[in-house]
Write a protein that binds this ligand. Sequence first.
Ligand code: ZN
Length: 335
Amino acid sequence: MSTMVDAQLYPWQQAIWQRLHTAHKAGRLPHALLFTGADGLGKNQFATAFAQSLLCNALSDSGRPCGQCRGCHLCQVGNHPDYKRIEPEEAGKAIKIDTIRAFVDKGVLTAQMGGYKVVVIEPADAMNSAAANSLLKTLEEPVPWTVIILVTSCPGRLPATVRSRCQRTTFPVPPRKEAIVWLKAQIEQGDPSLFLAMASGAPLLAKSLAAPELLQERAQMMAEFQAALNGQQDPVVIANRWDKLELARVLNWMNSWLIDMLRLKFKAQPPSLYNPDQCQCLQVMAQVLDSKVLYSMLDRVYEANRTLNSQLNSLMVLEGILLAWANSKKITIRV
Ligand SMILES: [Zn+2]
């Protein structure tokens, strides 16, 4: 069982906290909550903090856990008998039916300390269909004083039947100004507005991108991406190098470049780009490519992303994408 030491709230989450706390105080808290919104907004930390507040025996008026009571102590050491986190055994793998069954069984769901029983499932979209069906039975016959919190950035991957039985809370991207103030205080160097653009405005994701080695990796990838297009470097050699990097991140960079090139083709000004600092390179490439070709590249990257967890051969995927990319100019001439 993981600990709840990190039960902090981010500034952009205050309004949502207030709303849920008010519902809790009024006894109107639903038995199933669905937290959605982009990655990098701190949904998971929020779910942890909210769970702790439900298990606190001396909640303050603001609804923040007191940090002193027995419930809080047990949460802090990660040993509260009425709190359970359900996650995949390994990142990127499915949450299986046995895992769900073990915790949604009625006997197990009854609280041991006479208060709430809280179950957090994260990421909820990792449940395979058998697991989701097993959970559905519990959602249809709620156990009093049990709160199930599903956390996901891809709610569309959950069965509609599961979604419809949860009360949904969507975490919004914070206003740019607020996010920049927060980010500035968090990072040691670099331009917060650039990191925020790269992260589509999600502050925690932006913070994770502020590492110099990541920016270096991205700059080198951009040079190779351009060289492949111009026939100056072998796409297979590049694929071999990229295969040693984290595939999700590689696909993410390519995805953001292709979208930016399409935006530039439709004359969007630099501030609305994911990669404003690479605008010039992107502009040069966008000029020699047809938008149809860019859309078809985007489809390839999207498809690779969609099947990311089941990719057995990431090198083959990257080779396929980069070979098509290296051919893009020729195809453009033919269109
Ligand atoms: Zn407490």
